[in-house]
Design a protein around this ligand. Structure first.
Ligand code: ARG
Length: 530
């Protein structure tokens, strides 16, 4: 239709001409021109079968290796030291992990960066509070995971007690100056917090390690260079003692140009300067082609401004791109920000444990085998939580709802895990496995399943192109549905003859491995039995 418009000719005529000149023998059985000029193509079974066979022989299920592999830094998770991780960090962790897996599966090189908040003025009061409590008590407090409690107590003293406030301010200066004892105390706070974050990562089965932690503090030594570089390029403006860059197009509410503050008037550096240094490091030292920031939508302006400044400075260009992979909020049942009843941050570790407990109950209600119950309950819960997060369009908010995410029916993690386990159970009932036969597509449901299976590479590509794991979720959900229709209308173990049985088992096998691989790319495990 678009072509007809460009040619200025009737669409049907262009369509007829196209059909006459196309040679799609072997690929397409039939082409007809329909309606105002649509082309309906009926894919040939031989072509479908050939693709299925190729998929079956390929560990990557037909996903081609990237033509020009990129080095991609993925900045995700990034909780703050001595603060509870919140559900926003959960989203970042889950989405970031899925993107890393998708990128690696497609042949790109991924550099994970956990940009933890481990620097800034609050560390003065946190260290003083640690000293007041005594190291052992402080560590005991932090190791039970009460990060928010620790922070709140320090804050309370800071607001109420002037001498504590003075000590805290002096302590920041010592920290910034690299005072050995202060740095040692600071390190305790960082390490205890990371220990807690690691417990959450382990529970989630997310591949973030200590080696991936490159926190804000890691860029301290590069901040002066940022200033020097921006200055050399004539981009710095002195605004009441603060060094700023004014990227064009950014204005405040009153329409005045909005600065990105690189160095504050007290000569201190903030969040923005650190992110500028991180961009330089990732581009020039790590040689990244792409930098993805999996961070909540409220930080959109911060990233837009940092990227704009980085472009002005020539650090980023068309070949070296930074992208803010923004996501929406997690809401509670009341559709407000997901918080505890008292209004505090929901503890992630507790949340994950609660999920596992609920999954246990759900599995018992289904008479699951007691032997694997513990393990499967955990896989089910993590799958449910991750899938609920990944399957909603990432830009949108979603409601955290246990009953919905743990349901075995509908577009959920458990539904997909169960679809996979059910196929595996078919194979456990096979007495003699047929030798690999050829696939035949006699029934419409078989053809529909086949057509869906061969679209796996496309689903992976589209998830990567849009940086939206939800595309893959939709694909897998539809695959499970296509399989259900197939299974309802096409007996497998009781197929009419051996050849059909072998062919259908082959379709089962491909569906199971596509489900398992697809779930794996989302960071979701696929248990063999449930
Ligand atoms: N620590 C920040 C927060 O909790 C997120 C950091 C995101 N990454 C970055 N490079 N700024 O909001």
């Amino acid at each position: 239709m678009a072509l007809a418009k460009r040619l200025g000719r009737p669409p049907r005529e262009v369509a007829e001409e196209l059909v006459a000149s196309l040679d799609l023998t072997g690929l397409v059985d039939e082409i007809d021109v329909a309606g105002p000029g649509f082309l309906n193509l009926t894919v040939a079974d031989t072509a479908l079968v050939a693709q299925l066979q190729e998929m079956g022989d390929d560990q990557h299920l037909g996903v081609p290796p990237a033509g020009s592999p990129l080095v991609v830094a993925v900045d995700y998770s990034a909780p703050n030291v001595a603060k509870e991780m919140h559900v926003g960090h959960l989203r970042s962790t889950v989405i970031g992990d899925a993107l890393c897996r998708l990128l690696e599966f497609s042949g790109h090189r991924v550099i994970r960066r956990n940009h933890v908040g481990d620097w800034g003025t609050p560390f003065g009061m946190l260290i003083e509070h640690l000293i007041d409590l005594g190291e052992d008590n402080a560590v005991a407090n932090l190791s039970v995971g009460d990060l928010d409690g620790f922070y709140a107590e320090a804050r309370k003293k800071f607001d109420a007690d002037d001498s504590f406030k003075d000590r805290s301010r002096a302590r920041v200066v010592l920290l910034q100056g690299g005072d050995e004892e202060t740095v040692r105390l600071w390190r305790i706070l960082v390490q205890e917090s990371i220990r807690y974050f690691d417990a959450v990562y382990a529970d989630l089965g997310v591949g973030l390690t200590e080696a991936d932690v490159v926190g804000e503090s890691a860029y301290n030594d590069m901040l002066d260079d940022v200033v020097a570089d921006l200055d050399a390029k004539g981009l710095l403006v002195d605004s009441d003692g603060a060094l700023c860059v004014f990227p064009p197009g950014f204005v405040n509410r009153d329409g005045e140009p909005l600065p990105l503050i690189v160095r504050k008037s007290d000569e201190g550096y903030g969040y923005a300067a650190t992110d500028l240094a991180a961009i330089r490091d990732r581009v020039f030292n790590l040689k990244c082609d792409r930098i993805l920031y999996v961070v909540g939508a409220p930080q959109a302006q911060h990233f837009e401004m940092c990227f704009a400044v980085a472009k002005m400075a020539g650090w980023l260009d068309d070949d070296t791109e930074a992208i803010h992979v923004a996501f929406g909020n997690v809401l509670g049942p009341d559709r407000k920000m997901f918080k505890t009843r008292a209004g505090g941050t929901v503890k992630l570790k507790g949340l994950l444990d609660e999920g596992t407990e609920r999954a246990r109950v759900a599995l018992r209600a289904r008479d699951a085998e007691e032997a694997d119950l513990e393990h499967v309950a955990h896989q089910l819960a993590m799958g449910a939580i991750k899938y609920a997060d990944l399957s909603t369009d990432r830009q949108r908010d979603y409601v955290f709802d246990w009953d919905r995410m743990l349901a075995f029916e509908g577009d959920t993690g458990p539904y997909l895990q169960y679809a996979h386990a059910r196929i595996r159970s078919i194979f456990r009932r096979v007495e003699t496995m047929p030798s690999e036969g050829t696939i035949t597509l006699g029934e419409p449901a078989e053809r529909a399943l086949a057509r869906h299976l061969v679209a796996f590479p496309e689903a992976v590509a589209s998830a990567l192109e849009t940086l939206s794991p939800s595309k893959l979720c939709t694909y897998l959900f539809e695959l499970a549905q296509a399989f259900t229709s197939f299974y309802e209308s096409c007996p497998v173990l009781k197929a009419p003859d051996d050849a059909t049985r072998a062919s259908r088992l082959e379709l089962c096998e491909l569906t199971a491995s596509t489900l398992a691989t697809g779930l794996g790319l989302l960071g979701i495990e696929a248990p063999e039995r449930m």
